[in-house]
Design a protein around this ligand. Structure first.
Ligand SMILES: [Zn+2]
Length: 448
């Protein structure tokens, strides 16, 4: 009887094409709340990690903090036969660059690369921030523990390295600590330029900024919901003519809500729904919070897919605040406000997304679409080496997520009979032998 049930289940799985990998559940379980707690405590205990703070002391300031982060990555690397390449990447930012740079400062990022076995030059990146601040952005001596903002994101990246370094992946994974965020996103600017100069093929950047608060300033307490911010389309500032052409094309062919960062956001959403169904991922269709910024933006500026992952309910009395008590409210971004079970879950969201993307083939880079004044839509794409098949996705134009799909093998074109091109948006992903899928490519060519 037992056998019969399991074979029915197996058949069911094959029929609906649902593929989940037991390894991903192990990767969720391996994320340690205890280690996240220790690391956030250690980072908060550096007193301040302000970008302009002391760099000489071994106990206080951003210098001590970055040396500790580097030494943690090196310790993790030792445990996996030196599987991580650990180094500093830095840029000098001169006094007066903006009002928050009151002296020359070397903005130093800490980088750990877990090299991919098949696609060493393709990278999926998880970033957190090293730096912190208090009420006055230029006060670089007062205590700024920055426990939630953003020791949580930094600790998450370190913990992700501990977990994922136990496995091998086809594409490279980067665990990244960025500095200079609060002074004007300088670390992200420096690092994204470095990656571009090195010709990195970036699959995407998961920027984690504040992943530990569950009690909102509005009184809502919620340990299941988190936000995924993504800009609508790429606004690569380096090529204004291309931008105008793309905007014109979108008027006629669509794509206003289908930029590369949006596809990355949808991937995080779907992966979470598949493997962590208790969570409630919330896609927010904007670059970041209203008028605010984060370290994913400099990557967007250079044309890379990059999103922000963060808590759903913020508490502004605990962000960028001098530590004090006023009218009975304890202001300041201190350790005791961080919720570690939640921080663990959001770290796991990152690890499963990176494990999946780093196990998948590249997305098709050419996807053509046709079917104007016809009853059926046609799609055509380039062969992706390493792909076993392809998944054609489509959705209602008002749907935030890809709701329909069809898996195909041994072909690079398809006609979707009876599916009228006008009424849906379409995309194509490459699928590996192991079932892992690439990001979805929105059509970038019209078939006549
Ligand atoms: Zn901040």
């Amino acid at each position: 009887m037992k056998i019969a049930i399991s074979s029915i289940l197996l058949l069911f799985c094959i029929v609906i094409g649902a593929q989940t990998d037991p390894k991903i559940y192990d990767i969720i379980a391996a994320v340690s709340e205890e280690r996240l707690k220790n690391d956030v405590q250690t980072l908060a205990d550096f007193g301040t990690r302000h970008t302009l703070s002391d760099t000489i002391s071994n106990t206080r300031g951003i210098g001590a903090a970055r040396r500790w982060i580097k030494s943690e990555f090196e310790a993790i690397s030792k445990e996996c036969n030196n599987c991580l390449e650990v180094f500093y990447q830095s840029n000098l930012v001169e006094k007066g660059t903006n009002q928050r740079i009151v002296k020359d400062v070397n903005v130093v990022n800490v980088v750990a690369i877990q090299r991919g076995t098949t696609y060493p030059n393709r990278y999926i990146i998880m970033s957190g921030d090293i730096d912190s601040r208090v009420s006055d952005p230029n006060d670089y001596t007062s205590d700024a523990p920055g426990a939630n903002d953003n020791a949580t994101g930094m600790a998450g990246a370190i913990e992700a390295a501990r977990v994922l370094s136990q496995y091998k992946f086809e594409s490279s994974i980067v665990y990244l600590g960025l500095s200079g965020e609060e002074q004007g996103l300088f670390g992200g600017q420096g690092f994204s330029k470095y990656a571009k100069d090195q010709n990195w093929q970036i699959i995407g950047v998961l920027n984690n900024d504040m992943i530990g608060n569950i009690a909102g300033v509005d009184g809502v307490i919620d340990n299941r919901t988190f936000r995924i911010f993504s800009e609508p389309v790429t606004t690569d500032e380096t090529d204004p003519i291309k931008l105008i052409q793309q905007a014109k094309a979108r008027r006629f062919y669509g794509g206003e809500v289908d930029g590369i960062s949006r596809q990355l956001a949808r991937y995080v959403y779907t992966t979470t729904k598949t493997y962590m169904p208790e969570m409630n991922p919330m896609m927010v269709y904007r670059l970041d919070r209203f008028g605010r910024g984060g370290h994913h933006r400099p990557f967007n500026d250079l044309g890379f897919a990059s999103i922000r992952i963060m808590e759903a309910h913020e508490n502004y009395t605990q962000q960028h605040q001098d530590i004090r008590t006023e009218n009975g409210i304890a202001y300041g971004d201190t350790f005791e406000h961080v919720n570690f079970p939640y921080c663990k879950k959001l770290t796991a969201v990152n690890t499963i997304t990176m494990a999946s993307l780093a196990s998948a083939p590249p997305a098709p880079d050419q996807v053509g679409i046709g079917g104007i004044v016809e009853a059926s839509a046609k799609l055509q794409w380039n062969t992706v080496e390493g792909a076993k098949g392809y998944k054609i996705y489509w959705r209602d134009t008002t749907s935030p997520t890809w709701n329909h799909s069809r898996y195909v093998k041994d072909v690079t074109e398809i006609t979707l009979e009876g599916i009228v091109i006008d009424n849906f948006f379409f995309g194509v992903a490459a699928v590996a032998e192991n079932g892992y899928e690439s990001l979805i490519t929105f059509p970038n060519k019209i078939l006549r």
